[in-house]
Design a protein around this ligand. Structure first.
Ligand SMILES: [Zn+2]
Length: 293
């Protein structure tokens, strides 16, 4: 498969010190070293589109002690970009997913993604199928095609032995139904979880991991915060979903992977635990879901 003409990725890799040679110690507000973090879900291609340079993104990562990230390839262009980035970036570690965003179910070519999954099944940097799922907030009229594409990608994940990263919005019942029917035995991650405690309990009953984004830091997110308080720590992840949903105090700005530190700190405070303890647990959970060794 040929690489389409994607954004010049040289600046991510050239003249750069390999990540393992760079200092990894981030100091928190109390002067203590922080546990290095991973951003469990971001769209760097769209961050770049919104005007941030590779250097600014890298600086944000370093300032916040974020050493790796998972880049989401949920349409044709993005998956090509994500795979290239994962194999060229050397200032931080990059892993990638291959999926099909439910918002594109009716408009884009899902066959390309399904083929791309099979073609890259031996690539260790390809760590999950996603994001896939259902979005009835924007696209309820396309629910039938969304369900079909979602199901096709869950089956593809089973073929290549990867977990599935789920996008679900105002589609809880149908998402649960498909997961119950199709995802038995697969690792499941609910990306950018925005539901309440009951919905979280439903997903946990399937053995899913729950990933919290900057939304949890918003003032009007009381029900989500209640869920985040009681989420079992061995199931929790943090992510940015950059460029969207920047956490407080950057709400409304272009989000970037370094900001995952702010969401982590917020969650630690909310739960009344040490940030480093929660960080270590979230990193472990991220590695477990994505099978990153
Ligand atoms: Zn996303």
């Amino acid at each position: 498969m040929e690489l389409v003409d994607i954004q010049d990725l040289k600046s991510w890799g050239s003249n750069a010190v390999p990540v393992q040679l760079r200092p990894r110690v981030h100091i928190d507000a109390d002067g203590n070293p922080s546990v290095p973090l991973i951003d469990g879900h971001c769209h760097l291609d769209m961050v770049v589109e919104r005007g941030l340079s590779a250097d600014e993104i890298t600086q944000g990562l370093e300032e916040n002690g974020v050493v790796s990230l998972v880049e989401i390839g949920a349409d044709k262009q993005a998956m090509l970009w994500a795979r290239t980035l994962a194999h060229t970036a050397c200032r931080f570690e990059v892993y990638y997913t291959i999926g099909h965003h439910p918002g594109e179910a009716a408009t884009a070519d899902a066959e390309f993604g399904l083929k791309f999954i099979d073609e890259n099944k031996n690539d260790a940097r390809f760590v999950a199928v996603g994001e896939i799922g259902l979005d009835y907030y924007y696209h309820k009229d396309q629910s039938e095609i969304q369900k079909k594409v979602f199901t096709d990608f869950v089956r593809a994940a089973r073929r290549v032995n990867r977990g599935i990263a789920i996008h679900t919005r105002e589609a809880h019942a149908d998402t649960m139904e498909i997961l119950r029917r199709e995802a038995h035995g697969l690792k499941i991650l609910i990306h950018c979880f925005t539901g309440n405690a009951q919905e979280m309990a439903d997903f946990l009953s399937l053995g899913a991991f729950i990933s919290f984004s900057g939304i949890v830091t918003f003032k009007n997110a009381a029900a989500l915060q209640e869920a985040a308080k009681i989420c079992p720590e061995e199931r929790m992840l943090v992510e940015t979903d950059a460029p969207f949903l920047a956490p407080v105090p950057f709400r409304g700005k272009v989000n970037q992977p370094g900001y995952v530190r702010h969401t982590l700190n917020f969650l630690a405070k909310l739960r009344g635990v040490e940030a480093n303890t929660l960080a270590a647990q979230c990193v472990n959970n991220t590695h477990e879901f994505y099978s990153i060794v």
